[in-house]
Write a protein that binds this ligand. Structure first.
Ligand code: PEP
Length: 251
């Protein structure tokens, strides 16, 4: 069954004590909100994962923002999927546009990272999305299709069950320029159709596809009302408990 998810990507924000405080505030707000239609995920920096995990109850799960492409060894500064799993982390964001742009992560590297994560039992939130020039020249369908094909379509149908897609148009991330609900729905429907072409309609219907890009407590309701938008990956608005809970309760 398709799940609705709201996931907060804290990026490189918050000192440790601030991160723990934010996690506690989110946890209290989630508890207060009662029954929710979505799963709630927060993705703090690596250093915070263990303390943040202790600060939340079972209604909030904790994800990493990245993992290594290799299993172990001489890779200074890297954190492996197995280490994440050993720390009780359930999922990992892979392929965020900031990783692709600032750290040169190619589809091939992201495919390896995904393989590592899945083999360690982690779920993967896999990010895709076009840049502004690619939107303007009408190439956005080709771009998201090739990102999915090259990053993920080597997976078996069984492995696919642990994949969540996050469609994040790069021009909408951190810019305040949200995709309209119609623009987002158009691409989400296309992504689902692309998945159906490879894994079949039932698997495509079961796949959670999140929208990301300046999603906030004011526009979430309209975005989440679209038939192929199953929640959000939230950057800026996930750094304040009040805003984040406004998104979590927007279904
Ligand atoms: C993101 O970086 O995943 C994101 C969606 O950021 P923002 O919500 O700030 O646009």
């Amino acid at each position: 069954m398709r799940k609705y998810i709201v996931a907060g990507n804290w990026k490189m924000n918050k000192r440790l004590s601030e991160g723990v405080r934010l996690a506690e505030e989110i946890n209290v707000a989630v508890e207060k909100a009662g029954a929710l239609k979505c799963d709630v995920v927060i993705a703090p920096p690596f250093l915070h994962l263990t303390e943040v995990s202790k600060a939340v109850g079972n209604k909030v799960s904790v994800a990493a923002q990245n993992c290594a492409a290799e299993a172990s060894g001489a890779y200074t500064g890297e954190v492996s999927a197995s280490m994440l799993q050993s720390a009780g982390i359930a999922s990992v964001i892979i392929g965020h546009s900031e990783r692709r742009t600032f750290y040169g992560e190619t589809d091939a590297v992201l495919a390896k990272k995904t393989g590592q994560a899945l083999s360690c039992g982690l779920k993967v939130i896999f990010c895709i999305g076009e840049e502004l020039s690619q939107r303007d020249n009408g190439r956005y369908f080709d771009i998201v299709k090739s990102q999915i094909e090259n990053g993920l379509f080597h997976l078996s149908a069984d492995e696919w069950k642990n994949i969540v897609i996050a469609y994040e148009p790069v021009w909408a991330i951190g810019t305040g320029r949200t995709a309209t609900s119609a623009q987002a729905q158009e691409v989400h429907a296309f992504i689902r159709q692309t998945i159906a072409g490879k894994y079949g309609q039932p698997s495509a219907d079961d796949t959670t596809i999140l929208y990301g890009g300046s999603c906030n407590e004011n526009n979430a309701k309209e975005l989440f009302a679209q038939p192929d938008i199953d929640g959000g990956l939230i950057g800026g608005a996930s750094l304040t408990a009040e805003k984040f809970i406004g998104i979590v309760t927007a279904f």
